[in-house]
Design a binder for this molecule. Structure first.
Ligand SMILES: [Zn+2]
Length: 422
């Protein structure tokens, strides 16, 4: 039987891509999710397709199937339920990156927002990338030129180059806030009582590479000196950095290469340095894809001592999002799922600053429904459904901050570096 499969695969290659899809040696399998199985799966380095309804779907090679059997992990083959024809609507409609922002286009649009609403928005250069591009923060507040003692929330996008939609959601959020300030009393109340910091593009070098050279590029553009390029910016933060080789990799060729030490990369040094000058109460880092809301810990399967509040806020965000377009984002602890991650943004901001920190994996929910390719017509709907969650998190921070401010007001917050204002 195995020989037959090999033979058919060979014929498939000869027949070219059209025929090949019928003779693929990969199977989509389904595994029931439970703690024992999870532990085993993590050691097998499998290709995750998605998690759904307590089940894990994996794209498995023949060797993977043998390994699963050797570990007595039961699985069902589901391949027949998935059809390649469902891969649709990925087409870019205008130009190389269409309506998704390139670095230059984002710079232009951020400046335009600050020019149009100078009393509400400032563009601040918080640091430079390896290739000397600016990493921009859009600060939004009333009295935007002043540092006020107000609740602060930070929204980050595009640690990973190929996740283009993760630039659009935080950018559109900033645009929404300034454009609706004058007419929407709720937006005015939130902006008047907080500082909102939006860094839509943490990895500008990677994004440009993804647009112009290789769409699937994920990491930054670090020359590792051994013929490989790139460090995974979402594995280079300094909390539990390099904790194990499951949640990040010491191998420079890996997509989750963590680098030679914590905070070696200037792109996330910029984020770290901004944190040292502000007093953020909450963080969202946008990624794609999976359509989930993840909170710490990611480096371990264990819950933190703030599990209840982290889940409560995450679940509330999920509940606010679902009615908008009917898309459900499950809120879950990052390390409870298929992947462990160490050195990521949210473990760091939660571990060091103790603030509610969320990775929002934007749609789609799986590889089959589009993976990193969101259609242009879905940019606005994805933003629309994320909007109530972002507004809620700011409101939560405003409600929570006064109590904290009383105790921390006496501590002087010193400006370590002066921020450049564009
Ligand atoms: Zn990502």
């Amino acid at each position: 039987m195995k020989k037959m499969l090999l033979f058919l695969s060979f014929i498939g290659i000869l027949m070219g891509p059209v025929g090949a899809q019928y003779f693929t040696d990969r199977e989509i399998i389904r595994v029931e999710k439970n703690p024992e199985v999870l532990k085993e799966l993590r050691e097998l380095n499998l290709d995750l397709l998605m998690e759904k309804d307590g089940r894990i779907y994996i794209v498995a090679s023949p060797n993977d199937l043998i390994a699963l059997s050797a570990r007595n992990i039961p699985y069902d083959i589901e391949s027949s339920k998935f059809y390649p024809e469902e891969r649709n609507a990925f087409t870019i409609q205008s130009g190389v990156n269409g309506q998704f922002h390139s670095y230059i286009e984002l710079e232009r649009d951020l400046m335009a927002l600050a020019d149009a609403y100078p009393e509400l928005a400032q563009v601040i250069d918080i640091g430079d990338s390896l290739e000397q591009r600016n990493i921009y923060a859009l600060k939004i507040s009333d009295n935007v030129g002043m540092q006020e003692s107000e609740a602060s929330v930070i929204f980050l996008g595009c640690h990973h180059a190929r996740e283009w939609i993760s630039v659009e959601v935080p950018y559109l959020f900033g645009k929404y806030l300034v454009e609706n300030y004058a007419t929407n009393t709720e937006v005015k109340r939130l902006v008047d009582n907080s500082e909102i910091w939006i860094v839509p593009l943490v990895n500008p070098d990677g994004l440009e590479y993804s647009i112009h050279f290789y769409r699937y590029w994920r990491k930054n553009m670090r020359n590792n000196g051994d013929g490989t390029y790139g460090i995974d910016l979402n594995r280079n933060y300094g909390y539990k950095w390099g904790w194990d080789n499951l949640g990040s990799s010491p191998n420079s060729a890996s997509e989750v290469y963590r680098g030679t030490g914590p905070f070696t990369e200037p792109e996330i040094q910029a984020v770290r340095d901004l944190f040292s000058q502000k007093n953020f109460q909450a963080l969202v880092s946008y990624h794609s894809y999976s359509q989930v809301i993840l909170y710490p810990w990611g480096y371990t399967g264990n819950a933190s001592d703030k599990e209840d509040v982290l889940f409560e806020i995450g679940d509330k965000m999920s509940q606010l999002m679902e009615p908008v377009n009917g898309r459900y984002y499950e809120a879950d602890r990052a390390g409870a799922g298929f992947y462990l991650t160490n050195g990521d943004t949210t473990d760091w901001s939660f571990g060091v600053y103790g603030i509610p920190s969320y990775t929002i994996e934007l749609p789609p929910d799986s590889r089959i429904t589009g993976e990193f390719f969101n259609s242009e017509s879905d940019i606005q709907p994805i933003f629309n459904e994320n909007l109530p969650a972002a507004l809620y998190l700011i409101d939560w921070s405003i409600q929570t901050y006064p109590a904290q401010a009383k105790t921390s007001q006496s501590q002087t917050r010193q400006q370590k570096h002066s921020l450049k204002i564009k």
